[in-house]
Design a protein around this ligand. Structure first.
Ligand code: CTP
Ligand code: MG
Length: 397
C-alpha cells in the first residue's frame, strides 16, 4: 500500500498581532475566510490525501460552520482542538493524522493562504529523501544581531541565512518522537523543523515563495488582497420566477396595485405574482432558499396575505444576514390586461418596501405573442433579478 500523506493545519491562534478582535484565520480575504483559502490550496495539491485542522479549543463547531461547510472542502478528514501554543496545536493535529494512517505529514500554517499548491509536492519530495524538509527563502536583507540598548553586536553572513516558511514535511514517526521529546522537556520551538534539528535530524531547505507570507498584521492582509486582485464590490445577484393562474371572483393584484380586470390570480395569499418573483430573487441572491420555504403555502397564517407585507419580512430576513437590496428588475408576462398604465405605481410600491429609490426598481411588462399559457390568457408569469449588497461596508472586515 502506498504511504499516505496528510496535511496538518494549525488554525488555533488568536491573531493578537492582527488586532482585529477576531481570530485572523476567520477573517475574510477577497470573499472567503483566510483558512478556507489555505484549505483550497491543499485541495489543489494532489499529494495531500487528507487534512486535519487544529481549531481554537471549543471552537471546532464554529470553525466548521464558518470555514468548511459553506465551501465543500472534500479533503478535511477531521477538526481537532488545538492548544495554548502553536506547537501544542501541531502536536494534536499530527497525533490525529497518525491515527488516520498518515506516514508523512505536511504542516502548513492556516495563516499562509497564498501558498502555491505545487510547493506541497516539492517539500514532500525533499522530505521523502531526508525525513524532514521545509520551504524557505534565501535572506535578501542584511541581518544584524543586537546586543544591549539596540547596539549592533554582529553582522550575520547573509549568504547562509534562510527565512523559513511552511509547508514543513516530515516522516510522521520522526515528528511524533520530536514532539514528544520537546513536551517532556518543556521545550517550545517556533517551527517543527526546530524540534527535529534539536533531536539531531537533518532538515532539507526547499525554495519557498515570496508570496507565501504569513498573514500577521493588517499590512499583510492588504498585500494579500492586492495580490489576489482586490475584493471588488461585494454584490450578489439572484433570480426569481413565479406563475399564477387566472380565476374568476378574485382581485388582480400586481406589485401591490389593484388592477382592473375581469379575473384575478388564484393563490393561497393575494397571489401577487410580481411581488413573489421579487421576493424569490432577493432570497436567491442571499442564498436563503425561496418563499415557499419562508412562507409555506399550507400555513393558514398566510391565507389571503398581503404580499407587500411579506416582502417587508423578506427584506428584514436579508438584513438579519447582513444584506440589503441594491436593485431590482421585474418583468411581468401577461397577454391581458395591459399593464403599462400600472407600471409606475407598482414600481413605487416595491421601491418603498425595498428601501430603494424608484430609479433602482424597474417594472417591465410583455405579452408572449399569444404563445403558451400566458399567451392563451390562462395566467401571468413574473421574472425578477435582484442585486444585493452588504448592509454596511464595515460588516465585510
Ligand atoms: N496557531 C495555532 N495554535 C496556537 C497558536 C497559533 O494553531 N496556539 C496557528 C495560527 O492559527 C496560525 C499559525 O499557527 O495559523 C501561525 O501562528 P501565528 O501567525 O503566530 O498566528 P497567531 O498566533 O494566531 O497570531 P498572533 O501570534 O499574532 O497572536
Ligand atoms: Mg502566534
Amino acid at each position: 500500500m502506498p504511504e499516505r500523506t496528510m496535511a496538518v493545519v494549525p488554525a488555533a491562534g488568536s491573531g493578537s498581532r492582527m488586532g482585529s478582535g477576531q481570530a485572523k484565520q476567520f477573517m475574510p480575504l477577497c470573499g472567503a475566510p483566510l483558512l478556507t483559502r489555505t484549505l483550497w490550496a491543499l485541495e489543489r495539491a494532489p499529494v495531500v490525501e487528507g487534512v486535519v485542522v487544529a481549531a481554537p479549543p471549543g471552537g471546532e463547531a464554529e470553525l466548521r460552520a464558518r470555514c468548511l461547510e459553506p465551501y465543500g472542502l472534500a479533503k478535511v478528514a477531521d477538526v481537532v482542538a488545538g492548544g495554548a501554543q502553536r506547537q501544542d496545536s501541531v502536536a494534536a493535529g499530527v497525533a490525529r493524522a497518525a491515527e488516520l494512517g498518515a506516514a508523512w505529514v505536511l504542516v502548513h500554517d492556516a495563516a499562509r493562504p497564498l501558498v502555491r499548491p505545487e510547493l506541497f509536492a516539492q517539500v514532500l519530495q525533499a522530505a521523502r529523501r531526508t525525513g524532514a524538509a521545509v520551504a524557505a527563502l534565501p535572506c535578501q536583507d542584511t541581518v544584524k544581531e543586537a546586543g544591549e540598548r539596540e547596539m549592533v553586536r554582529s553582522t550575520l553572513d547573509r549568504g547562509r541565512l534562510w527565512l523559513v516558511q511552511t509547508p514543513q514535511g516530515f516522516r510522521v514517526d520522526l515528528l511524533l518522537a520530536a514532539l514528544a521529546k520537546a513536551k517532556e522537556e518543556g521545550f517550545y520551538a517556533t517551527d517543527e523543523a526546530g524540534l527535529m534539528e534539536r533531536a539531531g535530524h537533518g532538515v532539507k531547505l526547499v525554495m519557498g515563495d515570496k508570496r507565501n507570507i504569513k498573514i500577521t498584521t493588517p499590512e499583510d492582509l492588504s498585500l494579500a488582497r492586492a495580490w489576489l486582485g482586490g475584493d471588488g464590490p461585494d454584490m450578489r445577484v439572484g433570480q426569481g420566477m413565479d406563475v399564477h393562474r387566472f380565476a374568476p371572483d378574485r382581485a388582480l393584484i400586481l406589485g401591490g396595485v389593484r388592477i382592473d380586470y375581469e379575473m384575478g390570480l388564484l393563490g393561497h395569499s393575494d397571489a401577487d405574482v410580481a411581488t413573489h418573483a421579487v421576493m424569490d430573487a432577493l432570497l436567491a441572491a442571499a442564498g436563503l432558499g425561496d418563499i415557499g420555504g419562508m412562507f409555506p403555502d399550507d400555513d393558514p397564517a398566510y391565507a389571503g396575505a398581503d404580499s407587500l407585507a411579506l416582502l417587508e419580512r423578506v427584506v428584514e430576513r436579508l438584513a438579519a444576514q447582513g444584506w440589503r437590496p441594491r436593485q431590482v428588475s421585474l418583468t411581468c408576462v401577461a397577454q391581458k390586461p395591459k399593464l403599462a398604465p400600472y407600471r409606475q405605481a407598482m414600481r413605487r410600491n416595491l421601491a418603498a418596501r425595498l428601501g430603494l429609490a424608484d430609479g433602482l426598481v424597474n417594472v417591465a411588462a410583455t405579452t408572449s405573442e399569444g404563445l403558451g399559457f400566458t399567451g392563451r390568457g390562462e395566467g401571468i408569469a413574473a421574472l425578477a433579478t435582484a442585486v444585493i449588497a452588504p448592509l454596511a461596508a464595515e460588516s465585510r472586515f
